[in-house]
Design a protein around this ligand. Structure first.
Ligand code: HEC
Ligand code: HEC
Length: 266
């Protein structure tokens, strides 16, 4: 009798947990809106998206030209007490900012701090270059080897829907509604924290066709989609947003501080 009651109680608890977790599942638009509004600055501060993929190398040049390192250190490690926030600490919120949030910080300043305000001082493109350079402190650009390896796994598991180059145009995409995400879509992906990308790859997006990958195995390529690997996949998704070949990135990053980069795109 006692056992039966315990069993019943346990079952009830399990059901409630199941129900609440389903009820708590937000649509992707809700999740994005919540995450964004919790970080957003004062209303009415416009965000102008870039018309081309930001460049880390150019961002590094701007970082050095504006002497951000005097407060934040060369690699975001923090130079002095004037900048309490360590931009290179992946365990701090900093790693969990959306690019749009960081753009607003740089354009309009940090509320409550006497921070450089760059709107009007830099071109819009330079601000975006800077945003992605700052992000590279916690999420360094993929090396050529990482990109090859992740690209193979991406090709085998994601490209049928998202397309080889991430434009959301893979062969399976045509029958899907909503369509697979286009990783080059700035207004969508600049509004995502890396942790949100992680969650969407790990858990999938229901009822959209995006499968959850957590715990899956790709035997052909010898990988398990565990936490560490899904983080790598999130970095791979982000790499579509910056347009440099990995070899160019490391080469350009070496010399970027020394002078203006050639602009290969215009
Ligand atoms: C005079 C010192 C100083 C200079 C120069 C400076 N910063 Fe800051 N920065 C700060 C302070 C102070 C904060 C806020 C600290 C905090 O929130 O804990 C901050 C915060 C930030 C943040 C994090 C905001 C957040 O909440 O996520 C970013 C990103 C940033 N700075 C980038 C830059 C860049 C890029 C430059 C160069 C244009 C720059 N900073 C120049 C002092 C400085
Ligand atoms: C069967 C097709 C399919 C496959 C396979 C697939 N996806 Fe998706 N994915 C989708 C669809 C559809 C969406 C759009 C969902 C929506 O808009 O709600 C999506 C959305 C996403 C998003 C965007 C979520 C956001 O935050 O906006 C990411 C990131 C993503 N997929 C990554 C991946 C990765 C990485 C793989 C491979 C490991 C993969 N997907 C495999 C169909 C697929």
């Amino acid at each position: 009798m006692l056992n039966a009651r315990i069993l019943a109680a346990t079952l009830l608890m399990a059901c409630t947990a199941l129900l609440t977790s389903c009820g708590a599942r937000l649509s992707i638009a809700d999740r994005a809106a919540r995450a964004f509004s919790s970080q957003a600055q004062a209303p009415g501060e416009p965000v102008v998206l870039p018309d081309f993929n930001p460049s880390l190398a150019d961002g590094k040049a701007v970082y050095s030209k504006l002497r951000c390192a005097e407060c934040h250190g060369d690699k975001g490690e923090g130079a002095n007490f004037a900048a309490p926030r360590i931009l290179s600490d992946p365990t701090k919120e900093q790693a969990d900012r959306t690019p749009i949030f960081q753009y607003k910080i740089l354009c309009y300043g940090v509320p409550g701090w006497d921070h450089p305000v760059l709107r009007g001082r830099l071109s819009n493109r330079e601000v975006w270059d800077l945003v992605f350079y700052v992000r590279s402190f916690t999420s360094p650009p993929l090396t050529a080897a990482e990109r090859d390896r992740l690209g193979t796994v991406y090709g085998a598991n994601c490209a049928d829907c998202h397309g080889e180059k991430g434009y959301g145009d893979g062969p399976l995409s045509h029958n899907l509604a909503p369509l697979p995400a286009n990783f080059h879509q700035f207004d969508r992906f600049f509004d995502r924290q890396d942790s949100m990308l992680y969650n969407h790859i790990a858990d999938g997006l229901y009822p959209a066709a995006m499968p959850g990958f957590f715990g899956r195995r790709d035997r052909m390529n010898g990988v398990v989609f565990d936490q560490r690997f899904i983080k790598q996949m999130a970095r791979y998704v982000r790499h579509f947003e910056t347009d440099y070949e990995p070899t160019d990135i490391s080469r350009d990053l070496e010399g970027a501080g020394s002078g203006k980069q050639e602009d290969p795109h215009g």
